[in-house]
Design a protein around this ligand. Structure first.
Ligand SMILES: [Zn+2]
Length: 164
């Protein structure tokens, strides 16, 4: 007798979770007993609406995540992970490599900035040398070492002179 208790007037082939209210014509949830806009009674009872929703939902596995309070079936979450490095290489865009060297460059810049403060000349010279060395180390490491490793030059002919 279970079959007879199912609300047979549910069109399970219709994938829509929303319906146009026959009274006000606005879109409303299909399995809520009252229209959300005008309160028109779409189902004889809330229990019957819920039962109809269950029949509709179980008719298709893709409706498992649907809620009868929604107007649309939720879309499967897309895997939006993007390999930006590979994408940039594809498009010929130069990305700087992920690196800790920018921090070193900043430390160098800090010492260089301290050297600009009018201390005694010896102190300023020492600070400028320390800052300059750290700064250069950071720039060389970042631009000349890591960057070249990540983006090797494709044509070796552009390197150096061609000997005849
Ligand atoms: Zn309505």
């Amino acid at each position: 007798m279970a079959v007879a208790r199912k609300p047979r007037y549910v069109d399970v082939t219709n994938p829509s979770l929303s319906v146009e209210c026959p009274h006000c014509g606005l879109l409303t949830a299909r399995f809520i007993d009252h229209c959300r806009n005008c309160g028109y009674k779409l189902w004889p009872s809330s229990v019957m609406a819920a039962a109809a929703f269950k029949v509709w939902r179980d008719a298709d596995p893709s409706r498992a995540m649907a809620s009868r309070f929604d107007l649309e079936v939720p879309v499967e979450p897309l895997d939006a992970t993007i390999d930006y490095a590979a994408r940039a290489h594809e498009l010929g865009i130069h990305l700087f490599p992920n690196s800790n060297y920018p921090f070193i460059i900043c430390v160098g810049a800090l010492f260089l900035a301290l050297a600009a403060i009018p201390f005694s000349n010896i102190a300023r010279l020492v600070l400028a040398v320390i800052g300059g060395l750290i700064f250069l180390y950071g720039v060389v490491g970042w631009v000349l070492v890591e960057d070249v490793r990540m983006f090797p030059v494709d044509n070796p002919q552009s390197h150096g002179e061609v000997h005849h």
